[in-house]
Design a protein around this ligand. Structure first.
Ligand code: PNS
Length: 191
């Protein structure tokens, strides 16, 4: 374990198993790892910052030296404000390298005392990205194994609001007397 705080910044829209893998690896190396969600992204996100915060908090509840936070503006300014000595980023494939190199060098120009450390997630997640997960889920494809179960559930609820209603109504509903059982159709109508 190294002394010091590292910041792992990103959009996490949504968090994937690749992100989680990197968080677990990072938490073993740094004294404290702060996963920082960018608040003022230009992109229109699928999940609100509050939703991403909640998902990441739930996913990292068992990692005692991991904290989830949000930030605005320059990442290096945020990193300095929490006394981070390091920026953690993941590199999945060579295609990530150019963008990551550019960002790391820009961050170094902005704040020479902050080092960027790259780690590789497990190779089984090397093709997993939040963008592709969103794309597959939006087209109705399966994302099991690519994102944690809690994220898969949130994706379902987000893309098919009827799922939440259906799930709450039929799975969590108390058992009813089979003779008095309301038909699915009637129950849907009532609600
Ligand atoms: O998960 P992402 O979307 O690849 O993360 C990109 C992120 C949030 C790390 C990057 O866009 C960022 O740090 N934005 C904050 C603004 C900033 O500091 N820009 C200069 C760094 S090149």
């Amino acid at each position: 374990m190294n002394k010091g705080i590292a910041v792992y910044p990103g959009s996490f829209d949504p968090p994937t198993n690749g992100h989680l893998d990197l968080i677990q690896r990072g938490s073993k190396i740094f004294e404290e790892l702060v996963v920082a969600i960018l608040r003022n992204s230009e992109k229109s996100p699928m999940f609100s910052v509050a939703e991403r915060l909640e998902m990441l908090r739930a996913l990292t509840a068992d990692l005692k030296n991991v904290r989830i936070d949000t930030f605005n503006g320059l990442m290096v300014e945020y990193a300095k404000s929490i006394d981070a000595v390091c920026i953690l980023r993941g590199i999945r494939a060579i295609s990530d390298y150019e963008y990551e190199l550019q960002m790391a060098l820009m961050n170094r120009k902005l704040e020479p005392t902050l080092e960027t450390v790259f780690m590789m997630p497990a190779d089984k997640y090397s093709y997993v990205s939040s963008r592709l997960v969103r794309e597959v889920a939006q087209a109705g494809g399966p994302v099991k194994g690519l994102v944690p179960d809690v994220v898969e559930q949130k994706l379902r609820e987000k893309l098919d609001p009827a799922y939440k209603f259906h799930h709450a109504n039929f799975v969590e509903a108390p058992e009813v007397d089979q003779n008095k059982k309301t038909s699915d159709k009637k129950r849907k109508k009532k609600a």
